[in-house]
Design a protein around this ligand. Structure first.
Ligand code: BGC
Length: 724
């Protein structure tokens, strides 16, 4: 025993010395880099410095050639590296080398609840950005899904700040492992597209700190994100690109952000305020670039003594710091694009993102030996999702559709026929009347679909939305399925008892009727180049679905907080976030409103049993680690992955805590009949709430209930702990 502890002690001392050594080395390295940057800045004229602070083309800002400082280049994600556009306008540059891997959309990635996969996403898109010679990839995007209608929900992750943070950190780390800067966006509270340039989001500090900022904080402090994009909107009366509270007080001073803040495109509104309040780089689209706020007007402001040159130096310092971690870093590789490894990453993410919503008759996985014919019905079986709408897309090297996926898996043994079922003609620029017309069903297409369904063993409906219907720049008007799809579903279901409904979308929809009338429902996403293969493999059971919803599907729009409180899209360009911290399931649970599908919901082809939940202690002090251990057993027939979700509920809270809050989760694989011991950790400090009056985090002392389950409403095990 004594020997053991001595060895242990020796080891600890070694580790401390080694750590101290590496900290020291890092300090030296930083000082050397800082010195290098200072020396460069000293050699620069004011004109040269200012030229670095604003775009000189759509996706770049100037360098200083005579000093060996290159241009800073960036491009959109997050779906993949955007196709090259002309230097000065948005028309495609018609390159032949800019097709790229199309990655699953943000909410798909969130549905995997698997940070190891978002890390791989980051690595892959980082490599593709390198191959396209971009220093910064404008991703990831992870604004909170406050309203299910937000046009960019598909790009974002979740309604929950903790899930958001885990995925943001891992994707940033993955991207930056390639010496490409992530640009986390859109900071902050960019939760609607309606009036996005001018809406003032009025949010109390508690909601900001607990809901809207945590993922950004984690991406900065744990992910070391090199750059950040300010959002278009205002927060509490100041545009985000000149918001002193957000950019100076919180981001730079409290969080210690060392990187650069760039504006969203055309999202800068002043010279002096923006310069003083933390914006480093003005980006946008049309020239003349010398007229921009951070061009000649900034030069004039410095000369007039209205902006200190030190403020300019600070911005240049940040930009150079990012360059020395990216384009000027000696370690970077050339990158690679469209590799089989990237396709495999897409496939793995897509497989783990698909959510089984209902499997009442266990029709899934398909028993292929008994099926001779499948009617594949619906435009989404052949639709591609890499582009569409107003937002950034990808010129995908390839994209496997659902129909192609099924044919490649089953084409030899099963007769697969396709009927379009509905027309998906939709443009964001349509008038209200055109949009209404686009949502009408097409009787002729329905008749063809019904005829095909009648003569087939199985009817598979592929419905939902697409990238035109869910788009940057607009919010949806309601949750209704578009293009008259409900009528198609009803007609096909009426003639084929083996109807499977697959909904493809990036945000919640009204599935009330389908949930009531259909026995088999699968949810899929804009799932990237390998989307169709992944979907087919889930349907045939090669892959057991393990995705869980990253947001609540409300039964009706009016149930969700922003709509129940009539605060969307706001009045007089002001949206008052009256729901405070009660966003997503926090609202539904606290207000006891039954959702259509709750946060964290998703079935598997197998079943999981939970038992023996135990915490490592009963009483905890501040800063102590809480470890919850339990046994997870696969009680069904198929190997599968379960996402164990740990929520905490403060008993008798005086601080207005929500009913429950997600504090930890883990995705675990278990083979049939076997059990795994699983432990989930969090810190007692993670239980803190933000006190608006004292402006600090406080842990309410007392009892907390730990709830562990398969979703936010399927709690299997509980335990009570005490925190002092
Ligand atoms: C979007 C950003 C995007 C930028 C450049 C803006 O409209 O909000 O997410 O990165 O355009 O394309």
């Amino acid at each position: 025993m004594r020997l053991k502890s001595k060895i242990g002690g020796f080891l600890v001392i070694c580790i401390i010395i080694a750590k101290a050594g590496s900290v020291h080395a890092q300090v030296n390295a930083n000082t050397a880099l800082d010195k290098k940057i200072e020396q460069l800045i000293k050699k620069m004229t004011l004109k040269e410095k200012i030229a670095m602070l604003h775009g000189n083309a759509l996706f770049s800002s100037a360098g200083v050639k005579r000093l060996g400082i290159p241009e800073l280049t960036c491009d959109d994600g997050p779906l993949g590296v955007r196709e090259e556009v002309n230097r000065f306008d948005w028309a495609p540059a018609k390159w032949t080398t800019d097709s790229a891997t199309f990655f699953p959309n943000g909410s798909a990635m969130a549905a995997t609840w698997n940070p190891a996969l978002t890390y791989r996403y980051g690595e892959a898109i980082g490599q593709e950005a390198l191959a396209r010679k971009k220093n910064i990839i404008l991703a990831p995007a992870f604004n909170i899904c406050r309203t299910p209608l937000c046009g960019r929900t598909y790009e974002y992750y979740s309604e929950d700040p903790f899930l958001n943070a885990q995925l943001a950190v891992s994707s940033v780390k993955g991207i930056q492992s390639q010496h490409v800067a992530a640009c986390i966006k859109h900071f902050a509270v960019n939760n609607q597209e309606t009036y996005r340039d001018s809406i003032n989001a009025v949010v109390d500090e508690r909601a900001l700190r607990e809901i809207y900022l945590p993922a950004f904080k984690a991406a900065v402090q744990q992910g070391n994100a090199y750059s950040l994009m300010s959002a278009y909107n205002e927060v509490n009366g100041q545009h985000c690109s000149e918001n002193e509270f957000l950019l100076i007080k919180v981001l730079k001073n409290e969080w210690g952000f060392k990187g650069l803040v760039m504006s969203d495109w055309g999202g800068t509104h002043s010279t002096i305020n923006a310069a003083k309040n933390g914006l480093d780089l003005e980006m946008g689209s049309p020239g003349p670039y010398n007229k921009w706020y951070f061009a000649d007007p900034l030069y004039a402001a410095v000369n007039a003594g209205k902006v200190d040159e030190k403020t300019i130096d600070e911005k240049v310092r940040r930009i150079l710091w990012v360059m020395y971690h990216t384009s000027l870093s000696g370690n970077k590789s050339k990158g690679e694009i469209n590799t089989p490894a990237h396709s495999k990453t897409v496939y793995d993410i897509a497989c783990e993102s698909i959510v089984l919503l209902k499997n009442q008759r266990n029709i899934l996985p398909l028993n292929i030996s008994t099926i001779k014919s499948i009617a594949v019905i619906g435009d989404n079986a052949t639709h591609k999702f890499a582009t569409g709408g107003f937002g950034a897309g990808v010129k995908a090297r390839y994209e496997i559709t659902a129909l192609q996926g099924l044919k490649s898996r089953l084409g030899k043994s099963v007769n697969i026929q396709f009927a379009q079922g509905y027309k998906a003609n939709y443009l964001t620029t349509y008038t209200a009347q055109q949009k209404e017309d686009a949502n009408k069903s097409d009787p002729q297409l329905i008749n063809q679909a019904v005829a095909l369904a009648k003569k087939s063993d199985v009817a598979m409906l592929f419905i939902g939305s697409n990238r035109d219907y869910e788009s940057e720049g607009t919010d949806r008007k309601n949750l209704k399925l578009p293009f008259g799809e409900q009528e198609l579903v009803n007609a096909v279901t009426a003639v084929n008892p083996n109807t499977i409904v697959v909904v493809i979308g990036g945000a919640p929809y009204d599935l009330n009727e389908i949930k009531k009338n259909n026995h088999t429902i699968v949810w899929s996403w804009f799932n990237g180049s390998e989307g169709g293969n992944a979907l087919a493999d889930v349907l045939i059971g090669k892959v057991n679905p393990s995705g869980k919803l990253p947001f609540t599907f409300p039964s009706s729009l009016e149930d969700s907080p922003a709509h129940a409180l009539h605060t969307f899209p706001g009045k007089n360009l002001t949206a008052i976030y009256k729901e405070g911290i009660l966003v997503g399931y926090r609202w539904f649970d606290t207000k006891k409103i039954e959702p259509l599908y709750c946060f964290g919901y998703g079935l598997s082809y197998t079943n999981f049993g939970y038992s023996s939940l135990k915490t490592n202690k009963k009483n905890y002090k501040a800063g102590e680690n809480i470890v919850a251990g339990l046994t997870l057993k696969n009680t069904g027939k198929y190997a599968g992955k379960d996402i164990i979700q740990l929520y905490v509920s403060k008993l008798n809270s005086k601080a207005g805590e929500p009913e429950k809050v997600l504090k930890a989760f883990k995705k675990v694989s278990v083979t049939p009949g076997n059990a795994e011991q699983v432990s989930l950790n969090f810190n007692s400090n993670d239980l803190a709430y933000f006190d608006d009056k004292q402006h600090k985090w406080i842990v309410e002392p007392g009892e907390y209930k730990i709830l562990v389950g398969e979703s936010s409403r399927d709690i299997r095990q509980t335990a009570v702990i005490n925190v002092n």
